[in-house]
Design a protein. Structure first.
Length: 584
């Protein structure tokens, strides 16, 4: 830019003052555009937004008619919005200081920068339902609004008549009560089902091995208890445990018995010799066309038929291997025989992790709640398939506050059941929407949930996974940041409420991306010549540069008021929104 020549000694001082005044005026002129909105917000009762149940129902109905889901009110966050925010964080900070001073609690706690939501004019946020196929990650610290957001989304799923499964590790009574009320408002109270190990008298039962198309899937559900989030393909203990469970399950099916957690625990804890003999007898009886040959194997040289268990087992095994396996071989039966012959000490070491897990899931009251007997259980018995078929709204409390190990085991087996069912739906059924809400998701995260996030969309499973920090996910997955990134990468939609963890803030800022922001640079100079007759010199210059800037600065995620969020939806749409509090 051009320079400015000054002719009197005092002129540089005057010019500096003038330039300062110019910048003050320019700053005022820019900030005045936001003042009206800020004044209106300053005069409001606060940042919380209350609506009645009738108002909420109207929003739900409109969203349903448009095949959309309502995410409260807000606006699209663009580079122009970001520029305004950076102005008010910098040169225009004095404009929002009175508002920030007002927005504190009586104890002096700062509740957030409510003025961020005044940067644009808000409107109803309607997201197409198809966008939810990509799964949704919800991040927010304690009391940031995750429960209220879940209430909003669950109520709409109930309104649409879809299946809902709520997995709640800590047991939020309000979350359960609101889901029940949503069913009652629809005139379908029978759709609501409640499961909670701390309240067995009020709880339905969930038969976690009750629905399947391939028996191998049942073994995978048990193996998921061991893996927790690790790689079952590389862990020999998990692979061995899966094989043992698979052989036991096929043995039970050969006997015509239904596999349950209780029956599998019994087999793991006892000598499998008698069970193996019973399975062999049943299989041979079902497949042997010439019983007289078997008799010769059972008869000793002295003409007596073997009656003791070891003698009979040896004869039946020999007959199967020498005769029947030629025409009716069974890999599962052969695996069961191999397990029975395995070194007992080594066998016990390889399945040592199965015993406590099965014990957890079959101790009272879980022995009836997870392995229900239809002849004795008088409540409702659910399976994942029944929840889908009947469009039920099922709340599953895990009670991890009382017993974290058992709660996590329950969550893992239920998640494994859902993942297996998703595969069956995708392969054998016409899919219909199933909404799965997992609160404090890091507490129950395992390989089946990762599978749901990755492939559940094809079966129309919409998974909403809420957690406080991304570090919680990595910690649950044996400290593997790579597998944590796999979880994050499998969610196309991210809703960020207030977060205070620095790593989570920075990760989300990177996800929202950058934009080229214009920044003005100024230079002011003056000089005095050593020659008395020379004129003094002054200069002023400006330059405009484009600088890559975060679309939303990481530190400001901690400044979001409760019930306000920044969301990155499928397709790249970024929304700044707020969630209502629905009151009866």
């Amino acid at each position: 830019m051009g320079g400015l020549a000054l002719g009197m000694p005092l002129m540089p001082l005057l010019t500096t003052s003038s330039i300062a005044g110019f910048f003050a005026w320019n700053r005022y002129k820019i900030g005045h555009r936001y003042q009206q909105k800020l004044d209106a917000l300053h005069q409001s009762a606060g940042h919380l937004w209350f609506i009645s149940t009738d108002e909420a129902e109207t929003h739900y109905r409109i969203a349903r008619e448009k095949d959309a889901i309502w995410f409260g009110r807000g606006f699209r966050w663009t580079k122009h919005t970001a520029e305004r925010m950076y102005y008010l964080l910098g040169p225009g900070a004095e404009l929002v200081e009175p508002l920030e001073t007002k927005q504190t609690t009586e104890s002096g706690e700062f509740i957030g920068k409510v003025w961020i939501h005044a940067l644009e004019t808000e409107r109803d946020i309607l997201l197409p339902l198809d966008a939810l196929k990509g799964q949704t990650l919800i991040l927010g610290t304690t009391r940031a609004g995750k429960t209220r957001l879940y209430d909003l989304l669950i109520s709409q799923a109930v309104e649409r008549g879809e299946s809902v499964i709520i997995i709640d590790p800590k047991g939020d009574k309000e979350l359960a009560a609101n889901a029940k009320k949503a069913c009652e408002r629809m005139g379908t109270p029978e759709r609501f089902a409640y499961f909670h190990p701390a309240h067995p008298e009020d709880s339905c039962a969930i038969d976690v091995l009750g629905s399947w198309n391939r028996a191998t899937g049942l073994a995978s559900r048990i193996a998921a208890l061991i893996s927790a989030g690790g790689d079952s393909n590389s862990d020999p203990f998990i692979s061995f445990g899966w094989r043992v469970m698979n052989n036991f399950i096929h043995g039970l099916l050969i006997l015509g018995q239904k596999p349950t957690l209780k029956s599998l625990r019994t087999l793991v804890e006892t000598n499998p010799t008698e069970f193996t003999l019973a399975v062999l007898k049943a299989y041979i009886q079902q497949n042997d066309p010439k019983p007289e040959i078997l008799h010769s194997y059972l008869t000793a040289k002295n003409g007596k038929v073997a009656e003791d268990v070891p003698g009979q087992l040896a004869a039946y095994k020999k007959f199967y291997r020498e005769v029947l396996s030629k025409t009716a071989a069974s890999p599962e039966l052969e695996g069961l025989l191999s397990d029975e012959e395995h070194d007992k000490e080594h066998f016990s070491k390889m399945i040592v992790s199965l015993t406590p897990l099965l014990a957890m899931l079959t101790s009272r009251p879980l022995d009836t709640l997870l392995s229900p007997d239809p002849t004795t259980f008088h409540g409702r018995i659910l399976t994942a398939q029944r929840i889908i078929d009947q469009n039920l709204v099922t709340y599953i409390g895990l009670d991890t506050l009382s017993d974290s190990a058992v709660g996590q085991a329950i969550g893992s087996i239920i998640a494994a059941d859902l993942a297996s069912t998703a595969g069956d739906v995708y392969n054998y059924q016409i899919p219909k929407p199933i909404n799965i809400f997992i609160d404090e998701g890091a507490e129950v995260l395992n390989q089946p949930i990762i599978q749901l996030l990755n492939k559940g969309g094809g079966a129309l499973f919409r998974v909403f996974l809420a957690t406080q920090t991304l570090s919680d996910i990595a910690a649950r997955l044996n400290g593997s940041q790579q597998r944590a990134n796999q979880v994050i990468g499998n969610t196309n939609n991210t809703i960020v409420l207030r977060i205070i963890d620095q790593n989570t803030q920075e990760t989300q800022t990177r996800k929202f991306g950058k934009f080229p922001m214009s920044r003005m640079g100024t230079a002011l100079g003056s000089g005095i010549s050593p020659h008395p007759m020379d004129m003094n010199n002054g200069s002023y210059s400006e330059s405009m540069n484009l600088v890559d800037t975060d679309l939303f600065p990481s530190s400001e995620f901690a400044s979001l008021p409760a019930l306000q969020y920044l969301a990155h939806f499928s397709g790249g749409t970024i929304i700044k929104g707020r969630i209502p509090i629905v009151r009866d």
